[in-house]
Design a protein around this ligand. Structure first.
Ligand code: SF4
Length: 277
């Protein structure tokens, strides 16, 4: 792991996703095989593979609380604010110490139980959601895909957040078609999860081949369907699975937000198979 400290002007960046995002690090040791943020490598001059480098952002400039007043702030969009280096560098915690005074709508997204270290601060933040990403109940698959906390630790994290009155979200992302056991995951966690975000696997980056090769070896029974969805532009099976998940959530009164890539599906199949929900 190549670790560098870099000086930056500001932790805040204007974002299309929320009003602002805060990324305390560049790079992410969680090294998820499907990481959308790995495109960041292009802008960093890092020769190391994604997951093998991290830049620790250092600045003395305080967060401009007036600028983010009432706005959405996402922490983080291209790194995990609770990656293991945070235990030593404490950048995220120092940012939270400032955000305690803010009325922004803060969303923290992580795969690491380290977030619980800051529960004293989290309890003081006014408009907060903490999302923990889990996309399987299969620890072998999880370990193959990411280096975050174990599934059991992430579930414990969601439960602890809930017990402390902090609004939590299980961010089921990315949902691997046919591989993510979404129903089991919801059944195991619904007692302490406030809301589910559902997002499908999006294979566009340089990691597409690696994921398809993985599926071919570990889940050969789904390989042809993956080629249909991700190489042949035939996403109907993805749409059908989304429909099944949503239908089940509705029937079982699960609070959810669906972030499947419907536009692509609808434009691919418009007029042929369905006309939308
Ligand atoms: S935790 Fe998030 S930012 Fe880090 S490698 Fe995984 S997907 Fe990328």
């Amino acid at each position: 792991m190549v670790i560098s400290e870099i000086s930056v002007k500001n932790y805040l960046t204007a974002s299309k996703i929320g009003s602002f995002c805060v990324n305390p690090y560049v790079g992410c040791p969680h090294a998820c095989k499907y990481c959308y943020a790995s495109f960041m490598k292009r802008f960093t001059n890092h020769p190391e593979p994604w997951g093998d480098f991290i830049d620790i952002k250092i600045t003395e400039k305080p967060i401009n609380l007036r600028k983010i007043s009432g706005k959405n702030v996402i922490m983080s969009t291209v790194t995990d604010p609770y990656n293991p280096l945070e235990a030593k560098y404490v950048i995220t915690r120092k940012i939270l110490e400032q955000l305690v005074e803010s009325d922004c709508h803060l969303q923290i997204i992580t795969k690491n139980k380290l977030v619980l270290r800051d529960i004293d601060l989290l309890k003081q933040i006014k408009n907060l959601t903490v999302a923990v990403s889990i996309n399987t109940t299969d620890e072998t698959f999880r370990r193959d895909m990411d280096q975050g906390s174990s599934i059991a630790d992430r579930m414990m994290t969601l439960k602890t957040l809930h017990e402390n009155g902090i609004r939590n979200v299980l961010f089921m992302s990315p949902i691997f078609p046919f591989i993510t056991d979404w129903k089991e995951l919801i059944l195991q966690t619904r007692g302490y999860v406030d809301h589910y975000w559902l997002e499908d696997l999006n294979l566009r980056g340089g990691y597409k081949k690696a994921i398809l090769d993985y599926v071919k070896v570990k889940y050969p029974q789904y390989y042809d369907s993956y080629l249909n969805i991700y190489s042949r532009g035939n996403r109907i099976e993805l749409y059908e699975e989304d429909k099944e998940i949503i239908g089940w959530c509705e029937e079982n009164h699960i609070s959810y937000s669906d972030y499947f890539h419907h536009e692509e599906v609808i434009s691919d199949f418009k007029g042929k198979i369905f006309t939308g929900k």
